[in-house]
Design a protein around this ligand. Structure first.
Ligand code: CDP
Length: 230
């Protein structure tokens, strides 16, 4: 299948809006591949911390990003053959990821790695610039969001379930800071593209959000097959 024909569902949105949960459910339902692009930025952050690299040396950070030895396998993430699935979820890692993600050199170094996930029968991906930069021809682009308070509660629940201690007030502050940094950076800022559908999940359940995404996708497929039949 030519790469431009492979269906892509791009879900972008702010921190803790539920993008990862929804993207994984939709990918499973459709039998598509899944790319958690934020995990790549978190891995660059983890490797930067492990190697005590200078977080202002953009050339060094870009080479760390380019040379990452990463394997994603059945929900587990391996860096240099070590499991780091939980390590990359630590708030500290998310904060550094967001700082490093502001460097165009780091983003550039991860671009082709992300595009390589676009394989038949299709891809569901989540991040900040999936629809705007990495997969501009995506079949369906969604901007998934929720109020900052709702997102802080969701993140709290997620961390506690993983046995990681957390505090809602700190999480809310971190989410607000991250929103500010992700939306105002000059390289690929987080924003709803004109061609992305807005999905505010503040008062929706996970299954309602999943159903909405699937029904939008099915509508597009039906429309495209009608056009092809003409
Ligand atoms: O879990 P959360 O939504 O907070 O973050 P994430 O999706 O794991 O991404 C961690 C950080 O990487 C974000 O705060 C962004 O700054 C950055 N990121 C990005 O710039 N572009 C992406 N496509 C994905 C993540």
């Amino acid at each position: 299948m030519p790469i431009h024909k492979i269906p892509v569902i791009a879900i972008d949105g702010p921190s803790a809006s539920g993008k990862g949960t929804i993207a994984q459910l939709v990918a499973k339902k459709l039998g598509f591949h899944y790319l958690d692009s934020g995990a790549l930025y978190r891995l660059v952050a983890l490797k930067t911390m492990q190697s005590h690299a200078n977080i202002h040396d953009t050339n060094l950070l870009a080479s760390i990003a380019r040379d990452l030895h990463v394997v994603f396998n059945q929900g587990e993430v391996y860096l240099d053959n070590q499991t780091v699935t939980d390590d990359i979820r630590a708030e500290q890692c998310g904060i550094l990821a967001s700082q490093l993600a502001a460097y165009p050199q780091v983003r550039e170094a991860l671009t082709e790695r992300q595009r390589a996930f676009c394989q038949p029968p299709g891809l569901v991906t989540d991040g900040r610039d999936m629809g705007s930069v990495i997969f501009p021809d995506a079949t369906l682009k969604i901007f998934l969001t929720a109020s900052a308070e709702t997102r802080a509660h969701r993140r709290y629940k997620q961390l506690i379930e993983k046995g990681i201690s957390a505090n809602i007030a700190d999480l809310l502050q971190d989410i607000q800071k991250r929103d500010e940094r992700d939306s105002h950076r000059s390289a690929a800022p987080l924003q709803q593209g004109a061609d992305a559908k807005l999905l505010d999940t503040t008062s929706l359940t996970i299954s309602q959000v999943q159903d909405t995404v699937l029904s939008w996708y099915n509508e597009i497929c039906a429309k495209n097959s009608g056009l092809n039949a003409k």
